[in-house]
Design a protein around this ligand. Structure first.
Ligand SMILES: [Zn+2]
Length: 208
């Protein structure tokens, strides 16, 4: 592991950093990211790779299940990251990036056995996904062919968007068209991304 880390850092320093020395020099004193990404902590999600973005472009907040908590009580790091992104950095776009096979969403349906470790903080945090689970179960009831996990992942993106729209400073920027919000669902196995359409209330491929 240590060798891997040293080799990885050495490759960064000798290759990527050297090729982008001017960029890093211009970024050394300030940042002006154009997009905030709120995504899952999952190791398979790499927003910069997915969007072919360079350092300085994306302001990223990650947590288990790409959750936006309610505006109050504001005690979490995600609320702080959103506040800083919008009010200090004036970022004009926020993307909620959900994904396939999300362990957080699957955990909502998991019945732990006695020999599994208890995850009290995870269980507590995932209460934010309960409304998405309810909406997913309702949709599955109407169409039994749908996948409950994918439905939960997508409803979870939508409920994060809805909570984001309840943040007072985001509301006021939306009215003035100063910010845009997007909900994405990324399919890890195929690389495809679907985006939430606020009019049809469905997810559609970003590139058809
Ligand atoms: Zn996840």
């Amino acid at each position: 592991m240590e060798k891997l880390q040293k080799d990885g850092y050495s490759a960064f320093l000798n290759e990527y950093f050297k090729e982008n020395e001017e960029l890093f020099s211009s970024l050394s004193k300030k940042q002006k990211p154009h997009t905030m990404i709120i995504t899952c902590s999952d190791s398979r999600i790499n927003p910069a790779l997915l969007l072919n973005a360079k350092p300085g472009e994306l302001f990223i907040a990650r947590n288990i299940g790409n959750v936006v908590p309610p505006y109050l009580p504001a005690k979490g790091s995600t609320q702080a990251a959103i506040e800083y992104a919008v009010n200090a950095l004036n970022i004009p776009k926020i993307v909620i990036l959900g994904h396939s096979n999300c362990g957080a969403c699957a955990h909502m349906y998991h019945q732990p056995t006695e020999d599994e470790p208890s995850l009290p903080h995870v269980d507590n945090w995932l209460e934010y996904i309960v409304p998405a689970k309810s909406a997913a179960m309702l949709e599955l009831h109407a169409d039994k062919h749908k996948n409950i996990f994918e439905l939960t992942e997508k409803h979870n993106v939508v409920s994060s968007l809805q909570r984001l729209m309840e943040y007072p400073y985001i509301q006021s920027r939306l009215v003035k068209n100063e910010i845009s919000l997007e909900g994405w669902w990324y399919d890890i196995g195929s690389g495809k991304v679907e985006m939430y359409n606020f009019n049809t209330r469905d997810f559609e491929p970003v590139i058809k």
